[in-house]
Design a protein around this ligand. Structure first.
Ligand code: MRU
Length: 365
């Protein structure tokens, strides 16, 4: 994707030194476009934990680069196993993190230590390239949903898509998952407008999705998280498309907290609820998502405080909860497959069911 006309990915190897890893500091967006330089695995772990990088596919890709950084100093098997284990503990819900680390370990484990660093860099680069192509194809396979909705509109009508959290290019290496069909529709001249859930407590919708869509010129409106049901009741949402951090073999979907409530409202109002995912988000080892997917519990301060920009351009954090009140912060929830209209993958659309997933990914069955 382009920022001010310059093409970027969300993670890349520094072009001058050829080894350090560059990311955007997403905790500063949309106010400041800060590019960070990561030089070892501890900095990578911190970037993932603190959500300087976030989004299921992107944390996997950055963790893969973290393995390569760790092997610069010590390419022993013990260090490979240590860094894979350490990075795997940074965030629990998105399976892409463990998928990318397992792929790195499998590619490197049987090599001689002297061959590992070059192989690690190549494998991390391959994971990134794979993600870019995967997300581009998700866009191609999701585009007909928006095109068909547009065909049902009266002349001049626009397709209203509701999305939750940020599943755009800044959550992946490029293109995004849920936003990829939207970008493709916009680029194809289909009039599309996006309702952007603000996505409290961390406001990924208000801060990141709105920023991305705005940079690309996609019409959008930020709404309070509680507004979606009302808009659906009044016919103002044609379809929902969200991303996901883990899809079980039965089609249950973990995504940012609040997704489940949107799916319930969509079901009640007959609004199609689609979930976009790459192959790296599938977890065939878990059946029941509510019972089997670990849900990250984040700091209470993310609920009790809000960070924004003051009128004179400073970033400031203020408390918004009465002193003395406790706050809980489950960061994800699980939408059962029965509420999901369908899945959009790089291999096409399928139903959110064991049969649908097995048909599309026979090698994973
Ligand atoms: O906590 P985050 O911001 O990492 O959560 C991200 C989401 O929930 C996204 O919707 C999901 O990772 C899909 S990203 C393509």
């Amino acid at each position: 994707m382009k920022i001010d006309g310059i093409p970027y990915r969300s993670v890349w190897v520094d072009r001058e030194d050829g080894w350090s890893v560059r990311i955007f500091d997403q905790t500063k967006l949309p106010w400041t476009l800060d590019i960070l330089r990561l030089t070892d695995e501890e900095e990578v772990a911190h970037a993932i934990r603190s959500m300087q990088v976030r989004g299921a596919p992107l944390i996997g890709a950055v963790a893969a680069h973290g393995v390569a950084l760790a092997l610069r100093r010590d390419a022993s098997t013990a260090n490979l196993d240590r860094v894979v284990e350490m990075l795997g503990r940074t965030r629990p819900t998105a399976i892409n993190l463990r998928w990318a680390l397992a792929r790195m370990r499998a590619a490197l484990h049987n090599l001689a230590p002297s061959d590992r660093l070059a192989a690690a860099r190549a494998e991390a680069a391959a994971i990134c390239d794979d993600d870019v192509e995967t997300c581009r194809r998700i866009g191609e396979h999701g585009l007909p949903l928006i095109r068909d909705a547009a065909a049902r509109k009266p002349p001049g009508g626009r397709v209203n898509v509701l999305t939750h959290c940020n599943a755009g290019w800044i959550a992946t290496v490029d293109y995004g998952t849920a936003l990829s069909p939207i970008y493709q529709a916009h680029d194809a001249g289909i009039p599309v407008h996006v309702w952007v859930d603000e996505t409290r407590p961390r406001n990924q919708g208000a801060a990141l999705t709105a920023w991305e869509l705005g940079r690309h010129g996609v019409p959008h409106t930020v709404i309070a998280d509680n507004a979606g049901g009302h808009l659906m009741q009044h016919g103002q949402v044609d379809l929902c498309i969200v991303g996901t951090d883990r899809v079980t073999r039965t089609g249950d979907v973990a995504n940012k907290i609040g997704t489940y409530l949107k799916a319930l409202a969509a079901k009640d109002n007959g609004v199609p609820f689609w979930v976009a995912l790459p192959h790296s988000t599938l977890d065939m080892e878990v059946g029941d998502g509510v019972a089997g997917i670990p849900i990250e519990e984040r700091a209470a301060e993310e609920v009790t405080e809000l960070t924004g920009r003051t009128a004179d351009g400073r970033m400031e954090t203020v408390r918004v909860v009465a002193e003395g009140s406790a706050a809980a912060n489950p960061a994800f929830d699980v939408t059962p497959a029965r509420l999901v209209t369908g899945l959009i993958t790089e291999r096409g659309q399928t139903e959110a069911s064991e049969g649908g997933l097995r048909a599309l990914y026979p090698e994973k069955a």
